[in-house]
Design a protein around this ligand. Sequence first.
Ligand code: SF4
Length: 153
Amino acid sequence: MILVSACLCGINTKYNGENNLSQGVLKLIRKEKMIPICPEQLGGLTTPRKPCEICGGTGGDVLDRKAIVITSDGKNVTDNFLRGAYETLNLAKAFNIRKAILKSKSPSCGYNKIYDGSFKRNIIKGNGVTTELLIKNGVKIYTEEDISSGSKV
Ligand code: SF4
């Protein structure tokens, strides 16, 4: 069983009410048992919603309450992001999930690279909040970029 960002499966969970359908992920869904999740929805945010970025650090800093997540109009949504991350972890534990395919660069699902909080599309090294929590709990992370470049999951 593999966790997957819902937006990569073509489900309209993205902040603008659309999705990030990945053809590679779509192919994999037909072969593997996968559970689509959207941590931002699980954290109580609406769809559509304002875009969000981590401000002052990375997902790990948010988990340690050393950085916050804000919307593009300045609202602090850190608690929603933390709730979504822990709900995702609950699900991963319930199904004994060891692998996840998550959407690159997202403040929740990003792996190795995220936006820097300026809303200017600047990238920094780091993980999203949910990704970081899953890694800390032994889940191996892949992105849609790995899947389209042919990485085995
Ligand atoms: S939180 Fe993750 S699953 Fe939800 S829309 Fe953003 S990238 Fe996709």
